[in-house]
Design a protein around this ligand. Structure first.
Ligand code: HDD
Length: 692
């Protein structure tokens, strides 16, 4: 860990709060009392008087507290972050001169912040939304930020529309509803009125919108950057992150429940994995297009609403990132980190991607209102390479710079720019043509082809999930013009999809495919293609359900087996006090008691043997519900010996509920078990029970 230059740099500022050092005020005097405001006290008569304004210690504490909040990010307010390292295993020197992408001996520190987009800082993690995936590389040549998402395309082509997009998706202005969701009139109204959003909203309605973990998401730089090599040649480039653990999602019922049961599910998952040394890893890839090939595609390669299909432009994986250190303090690191698309290093350049051009303005600007003009001096933001410039003054300036040279040119020839060809940043001398106008070129008009490509490339179960997601979202829109028009947009992609969504959302059933769908498919769009190279349970959470009288042998065995494969076993019992095993000698200290957790928080459930334990659990409604709910969410449930009894009773009763409810599906839905569909068949719990 010490090889991480950024972590070493931050340690200079880290204080330990767990010391016996006496409390001091901000100006350094030791305080003798922190519990009372200075005031007249007449102890004899039991009387106290008003606060003395004089108490500088009490005033300082209140003043500071009053100003603790800063504006949250206007988007991506809710996030979690970690430190790590980036290593290159193959030099990309044929296309770039950037040290971070050519020097395979380097270990470059990174700081990565994942986020949701819509919700405020206190919103839930598991909502349906796009996830931010922002990486800051602290390179030897300065900071480089890839401010990306878990979805490779964007809603709009022109950055001027960003305020409208965000106003439309954020809670509506009159009621400030809904929080953390796009399921409302304004969002669907806006995206209908901006057809270019179609491709991205298909991605957002797919399982990509409800990831199982930040560690199980792909990342994409989205915009088109330029790579410049030592010969001065330019290639167009898109950046990719591929998770070692594969791409996995929650099922919608789980996501909904977790939003209430454990709103911090994703951030805890990240911290827990790193604490357990199950370090998350991603491969880093580039897609490059030579300048001469710029016009060879049906779409404009600067259009952020389009992917570059891998069949046409293969991804070259050249590096690996590992997240291996949790933050010491949320605010100073995760909240104060500030990413800018304009942070690039020599060897990388911008292109005329219009969205990127606007972003380059916006990020720098927003940091000033969040953090003040000297935000790049904050510990988490400052580079690990030397910084020397003519910046002076401004609120919260930290650096003390000696001497008189605060301008260029100066008579001291102090801090000169490098001049051309000496490793300083040089913009690529690109040819610029065209009349100055407020428009895009004709090639940018096709919004249907790639949305169709995405839909066609989905597996059957992914298609079902997309239909459910559209149906859920539009069900939350109560203005008929919104859901009716959106269904007409869907007829441009696929009629059967549009008809299914119409039925669920209340729109008239469409009968005509509005735009021919030639049925093209592409590699890399279905997330089912991204399973881990080797099947793994690393970092997966396994709940072991026990009560007094459990079988120590099977309990110990599963725990040891889980730990051996770097999974995380949790003992869940009828109480949190010591639980006694059937052998009369062993016992277990549970991590949680049954009602403190829910099956949604785990990836698998194991029930060890032990007649008394199984009997107790089988008699507890909540224990049975755990099994049923996990079963309905298609989780692995394993039981040995008498532990099978709990599974048997839970699932037989579930079938009983289903049968008893024949003709009255309300009752079934009330149990919440039928709504979750088995991903590979879409069958209900009743069918699943028969499979057992
Ligand atoms: Fe953005 C934050 C990703 C378009 C303006 N954006 C922000 C973050 C991510 C993205 C991951 C959070 C960074 C963090 O963790 O601090 N944004 C994207 C992607 C886009 C995109 C992948 C499309 C390619 N964004 C976009 C546009 C604009 C912005 C077109 C404005 C013109 N984004 C911002 C912002 C934010 C931001 C307002 C809010 C907080 C911040 O920048 O630091 O400036």
């Amino acid at each position: 860990m010490t090889e991480n230059k950024k972590v070493a740099d931050l340690q200079k500022d880290v204080k330990d709060s767990h010391t016996k050092q006496h409390y001091t005020t901000d100006y350094g005097i030791k305080a003798s009392d922190l519990d009372h405001w200075l005031k007249p006290v007449d102890e004899k008569n039991n009387r106290i008087g008003p606060h003395a304004l004089e108490d500088q210690i009490a005033r300082e504490r209140i003043h500071r507290f009053d100003h603790e909040r800063i504006p949250e990010r206007v988007v991506h307010a809710r996030g979690a972050a970690a430190h790590g390292t980036f290593k290159l295993f193959e030099s990309a020197e044929d296309v770039t001169s950037a040290g971070v992408l050519t020097d395979t001996s380097r270990t470059t520190p990174v700081f990565v912040r994942f986020s949701t987009v819509q919700g405020s800082r206190g919103s839930a993690d598991t909502v349906r939304d796009v996830r931010g995936f922002a990486v800051k590389f602290y390179t030897d040549e300065g900071n480089w930020d890839i401010v990306g998402n878990d979805i490779p395309v964007f809603f709009i082509q022109e950055s001027i529309k960003f305020p409208d997009l965000i106003h439309a998706v954020k809670p509506e202005p009159d009621t400030e509803v809904p929080q953390g969701q796009s399921a409302h009139n304004n969002f669907w109204d806006f995206v209908y009125l901006h057809p270019e959003a179609t491709h991205m909203f298909f991605w957002a309605m797919s399982d990509r919108g409800i990831p199982r973990s930040y560690r199980m998401m792909q990342g994409f730089g989205v915009n088109t950057f330029g790579l410049i090599n030592a010969k001065g040649e330019r290639h167009f480039c898109k950046f990719h992150w591929l998770p070692e653990l594969g791409v996995h999602s929650l099922v919608w019922d789980e996501a909904l429940k977790l939003a209430g049961q454990d709103p911090d599910f994703h951030r805890k998952d990240l911290y827990e994995a790193i604490d357990n040394k199950a370090y998350a890893k991603w491969k880093f890839g580039i897609q490059v297009i030579a300048e001469k090939d710029e016009d060879k595609f049906d779409f404009d390669i600067l259009d952020a609403t389009k992917v570059w299909p891998e069949e046409l432009v293969p991804i070259r994986y050249i590096g690996e990132m590992e997240l291996n250190r949790n933050v010491d303090e949320y605010f100073t690191e995760t909240e104060q980190v500030a990413f800018c698309t304009s942070h690039i290093v020599p060897g990388i350049d911008f292109t005329n991607d219009p969205l990127l051009q606007g972003r380059n303005f916006s990020y720098f600007d927003t940091q000033i209102s969040r953090l003040g003009i000297n935000w790049e001096e904050l510990p988490i933001n400052r580079p690990v390479c030397p910084v020397m410039n003519f910046n002076r003054d401004g609120q919260g300036r930290h650096t003390i710079t000696k001497g008189k040279a605060n301008y260029w040119p100066n008579r001291f020839e102090a801090n000169p720019p490098t001049g051309p060809g000496n490793g300083g940043f040089e913009s690529y001398p690109a040819q610029v043509e065209g009349m100055k106008q407020r428009k895009l070129a004709p090639k940018w008009k096709d919004y249907v082809s790639q949305a169709q490509l995405f839909w066609n490339s989905m597996s059957e179960i992914e298609k079902k999930h997309i239909i459910s997601a559209f149906s859920f979202e539009l069900d939350h829109c109560d203005d008929p013009i919104v859901y009716e028009r959106l269904v007409t947009r869907l007829t441009e992609i696929d009629l059967s999809l549009a008809a299914a969504v119409a039925e669920n959302s209340g729109a008239p059933t469409p009968t005509k495919q509005a735009t021919a769908n030639p049925g093209h498919k592409a590699k890399g769009l279905s997330q089912l293609e991204y399973l881990p190279a080797e099947p793994t349970i690393k970092s997966r959470r396994i709940a072991i359900l026990i009560a007094d009288g459990y079988d120590a042998a099977s309990y110990d065995a599963i725990k040891a087996a889980a730990l051996a494969q770097s999974a995380v076993p949790f003992t869940i019992a009828t109480k949190r006090q010591e639980v006694k095993a059937s052998n009369g000698t062993s016992s277990a200290k549970p991590d949680h008691f049954l009602n403190g957790m829910r099956s949604t928080m785990f990836d698998a459930i194991f029930i060890p043997g032990g007649a008394e334990s199984a009997k107790t659990l089988a008699g507890i409604g909540l224990a049975k519900f755990w099994v049923r709910e996990a079963f309905a969410h298609l989780k692995t449930i394993a039981a040995v010996g008498e532990g099978v009894k709990l599974v048997d009773v839970a699932l037989r009763e579930a079938e009983g509920v289903q049968l008893a409810a024949e003709g009255s599906s309300d009752v079934v839905d009330w149990y919440g078990v039928v709504t979750a569909q088995k991903p590979d068949t879409g069958s209900s719990i009743k069918d699943n029970v028969k499979l057992v």
